[in-house]
Structures are given as structure tokens and as C-alpha cells.
Design a protein around this ligand. Sequence first.
Ligand SMILES: [Mn+2]
Length: 443
Amino acid sequence: MRASFIHVADTHLGYEQYGVRERFNDFSRTFWEITDDALKRRVDFVVIAGDLFNKRAIDAQTLIHAIEGLKKLKANNIPVIAIEGNHDRSYYRDGVSWLQFLCYQGFIILLAPTMREGVPQMTAWDSQTMLGAYTDLLEGRIRVYGLPWQGAATVRTMEGMAQSMETIREEEDAQGVEYRLLMMHTGVEGIVARVQGLPSMAHFQPLHSCVDYLALGHVHKPYEFEGWMYNPGSTETCGAEEAQWEDRGYYYVEIDTDTPERIIDSERKERVHHAEHIQSKRRPFVRHNLRVDGLTEPEALYARLEDYCQREGISYQGTEVQPLVLVQLTGTLAFDAGALDPARMEEMVRNYFQALYVRIDNNTNDQDYEPDEGEFDGSNRSLWHELERRIFEELVARDSRYLPAKEQWSGVVAELKQSALEQQDPAVIAQLLRNKRAELFNL
Ligand SMILES: [Mn+2]
């Protein structure tokens, strides 16, 4: 038996990232590129291992975009088998989910086994109830199982799944099933440190003898193990962290149960299929850490940022590709961060990169204020005035622009405070500050 399929997951349709409408379209475009590729390669079926949608409550435009991709597959008799992920799972109180709607409309086969005491029941998918553990393809020679997101019950359900599959194994062989695929919306613990509470590699092992291909989703970083466990990663970039995993995409898989040596890569421990990971087409997502240590004034920081923009932004000039650019300021600032002009920095980055969206994140450390202890006895009220003067002086000295005249600036701060306490007109206080700035900065 020869066949081929595409395995995709985590397309997150409907995600309007950063509130930018064009990002909403990006997620759809990437999905369409994949459905078009399925047509071009004339695959026998497509599996979607969860998180087709970014959330349960999608809008009409998201549904239209999903159907736009799925209807071409339907028109070409390419079955699409899907499961719910954690993002698009339905709640009982919601009644029918949008995935069930797509299933009802004949665009997808939505697999969800009936559970009995936590154990999936091995019944065939039924189009009337839209329930069932598996569906058979290619005249019953390929069996596709699907287990939706199980949350905290994942490990227990996996045990039950392996047991249930073993009990019907002989019957399946007798029926002529040659190849088994299981879809699950879960991943292996430890791939991405932030994603916790997933099954360990040992928890997956009992399934190894039951399935030829384990089609995973959920973890947005791609990975594969031992020629049978595959996770394609997210197709677009759902968060800045994902930008580093450049090989995210989908799998194109060929099966040959008769002459597997024709296609397999034995080094990857493939047995009767060959899985090719294809990088999805998506908008460039640029991330940069700008170190601010040693920069004593805003102009120096702008100069360093511009230097980076000149080096890296040039490749986007005059192209139609508008990247997303996220710049993170890191290190310790030698002046007050409030003196920075975020709009000016964003404008600079936008111009150099011809960017669709720019964000400057200030993740710099504050210089902690730790007054010298022991010198002053706080209970002695007569010394409070002197204590205040010292604190003001130390605070203004942390900003290198005020450091040369810290004593004078400390006096200015005390004067401003006194004016405010006397409830002076704010305009008068502002004028006082302007005069002092002009005087001390020699403006
Ligand atoms: Mn996801």
C-alpha cells in the first residue's frame, strides 16, 4: 500500500496578534499555503492535530478563512481529520463547537472517542453522532485515531488508549489495517521549559507498538523522535519566543508498506513511512536585544539603535516583505528610563525595516536605591531635613546627566517639594524647574 498525507497542527486561525489586522490574515495565508500544497502534492488525506483555531469563540471572518482552505480539499475528495486542541476545545455549556460545525458541514472528520471511566472506547467515527475513536481510509488499510486535548487526564487517557488499541489489534489485522496513525494534542515534557505538566517520554512508550505515526500538536517548537513521534510546530509565529524556532511548519509523509526501503531514512529509524518536515511560509519576525549598559544619555541609546537598524534593516528596504520587529532594551540604564522617547525609537525601527509592527520593550534593570545605613538616627527629627537632602542627592546622582551638579539638583528637588506643599500654582512650579534646568545645564 502506498499513500501520502500532510500533518499540521497549531495553525491558530483568527489570531489578531498585537491587534494588527494584517496579522489575522497572516495566520490564514499560512494555512492556505499548506492546503494548496496538499492539493499540489495530491495527498490522500490531511490531519490537523489540534488548535486549528486560536480560541473557541471565533468570529465569522475566521470561519470563512478556515472554510476557504478546507473547501478546496473537500472539492478534491481529500479527507481532513481533526481533533480539538486546548485552544479550540468546546465546553459542554457551549453546546456545539465551531469544529463540530465544520464537521457537520462535511469539511472535517472530528475524532473524539467516547470515554468510559477514563478509557477511550474503540468505536468507529459516526457521522450522525460526530463521535468515534477512529476513521478508516484507503479502503480500510489506514486507520486514523484521534484523541482531543485531555488536560490533567492526559497520562491516564494515554494508558487507556494503549490498552484499548492492543485489545483490538488482532481484529484490526484480520480486517486488513496496515497502517495506524494516532493524533494527539499533547507533547513531551521538557521540550519547552515554559510548557509544563506534559507526559514524559516514558509515558509515550506503551503507544509505540500500537501506532506507526504519532501526530502531535500543542508544543509550538518542532521535534521528532525515533521515527514515529512527530510534532510540526506552529505554522505562524504566535509569540515572540517562537521566532527562534525557524524550522516550524508541517510534515509531508509518504507511506509504503510493501517496499518501504524505497522511501525510508533508516538513520531516523523510519519503518514504513518517510516524513519530510517543511518550513511554513510566514511573515519574518525579527527580535533584537539592545544592551544599554554604559550608555549615559538617550542620544547614545538612539545612536546604538540606529546602528543596529542600519545593519539589519537594510535587507527589508525596497522589498514587499514587512517584518515584525521587537526590540528589547536590556542591561542597566545610567539614566532615568522616562527620558527615553519610545515613539522616536519605534519610528526609527519602522523606517529602516519597513516594518508592519514595531515594539520596544524596556526590560532594563533599575539601579536599586540603598541608602547608607547607620549614619542617621531617624528618630531624631532635627536631622530629617539633612537626611532628605542626602537622599535627593543620591537619587539624582544615579542619572549620569544630573551627576555633575548633584548637590545643586538636590536643592532644586527640595525646593520643588516645598513649593508643592505650599500649594503653589503648578505653572509657577514648572517655570521654576525650567529656570533651574536652563541654569544648571547652561542652556
Ligand atoms: Mn497551540
